[in-house]
Design a protein around this ligand. Structure first.
Ligand code: MN
Length: 362
């Protein structure tokens, strides 16, 4: 038996960082990737898809996306969809359904178990401030089954506060869980839960911003029905990948120098042109360099689907060249250099700012 574990798809999320048209296209792409995942499931004879919360993102999900999700579930009756709502989901999707399709399995604020009949049991609960602290006490699993447990929330070692989203992992150890199918954390994580089970956040299906960089996709669980052993593997599946990469432009004296360094960086990298890329310029440049990220962003805008360039360089000050400089500039540099309360970085920034001002007032 094969099962897909996904979470945090966040359909119809705003993606406010992107320009309007690109944000809309990204939203369409994400729902498309979700549908492609179901096509994959159908072709690869996957029996069930676990959605561990945050399928949708907002309270007002567009009819288009709700209908696409509904239609794709209804037109794949051979796949069971286990949908456990997360903190970003509400009932808007479910209330748009005339009736709950036979292959859509839901959860509520008490533990619900679905016995798939071949020794495999899927159990889940939607967390609230009331049940999150006590839910582990009422979790009763049969030790001779293969137990998959679905939850949506932030893992934590121990119980803390009364926030619904916190899952005390220590309370879920030695309960007979074979695979804890989590959602909420957008970075992928697969590790041991206890001597028997594993816990996994699959991460989001597509990155939506520069805080969701790197390979994204879903988990594919291969289950051997004779031994009831489960083997999870990650399937990269995102339409586009988001990267934030440092580019060292040390020594660049001009935007043209920086441009050539970035050119070399891009041609040496194997980044797909479909990617969303943020290049962070780092290293030390001289005070009079004229590196301008606006120009560079325009220059490289066709290199990738989306590009932004951020200047994080620091300035190097050639103190020797000012040592005998009798101008106001030279005096200013020597005074700042001698100030023992400032760090080297602060000195460089003050000198850069001051010299720019003196130059403007020439
Ligand atoms: Mn969440």
């Amino acid at each position: 038996m094969r099962i897909i574990h996904t979470a945090d798809i966040h359909l119809d999320s705003k993606m406010g960082k992107l320009p309007r048209e690109e944000a809309k296209r990204r939203r369409d792409e994400i729902v498309d990737t979700f549908k492609n995942m179901i096509d994959f499931a159908s072709k690869e004879e996957v029996d069930a898809i676990l959605i561990s919360g945050d399928l949708f993102d907002t309270n007002n999900v567009s009819n288009l996306y709700q209908n696409l999700v509904k239609d794709v579930i209804i037109s794949n009756p051979h796949i069971l969809f286990f949908y456990l709502k997360g903190n970003h989901d509400n009932n808007s999707f479910l209330s748009c359904l005339d009736e709950i399709p036979n292959n859509l399995m839901l959860f509520d604020e008490d533990w619900t178990s679905y016995d798939l009949g071949n020794g495999i049991v899927i159990t889940g609960i939607e967390l609230t401030p009331d049940n999150s602290r006590v839910m582990s006490d009422s979790l009763l699993l049969e030790a001779d089954k293969l137990n998959i447990v679905m939850l949506h929330g932030q893992e934590s070692q121990y119980k803390s506060g009364d926030k619904a989203e916190v899952i005390a992992i220590s309370e879920l150890k030695n309960k007979g869980i074979d695979y804890l199918a989590l959602g909420h954390v957008h970075a992928r994580k697969l590790e041991a839960l206890d001597s028997r089970g594993k816990l996994c956040y699959p991460g989001c299906l597509e990155g939506r911003g520069f805080d969701e960089c790197g390979e994204k996709g879903f988990m594919l669980l291969d289950i051997d029905e004779d031994s009831l052993r489960i083997t999870p593997s990650f399937v990269p599946f995102a339409r586009r990948t988001i990267y934030e990469l440092p580019v060292d432009v040390t020594g660049a004296k001009s935007s043209y120098d920086a441009e050539r360094i970035i050119d070399g960086f891009i041609s040496d990298s194997d980044l797909s042109r479909d990617s969303l890329v943020r290049l962070v310029l780092v290293g030390q440049v001289s005070m009079d360099s004229d590196i301008e990220t606006g120009y560079l962003t325009t220059h490289f805008r066709d290199a990738f689907y989306y590009v932004e360039i951020i200047d994080n360089t620091s300035f190097s000050v050639d103190y020797d060249s000012y040592e005998f400089d009798e101008s106001l500039k030279g005096e200013f540099v020597r005074v700042v250099k001698a100030d023992t309360d400032l760090t080297d970085e602060e000195k460089a920034l003050i000198i850069k700012t001051g010299i720019d001002l003196l130059r403007d007032n020439r």
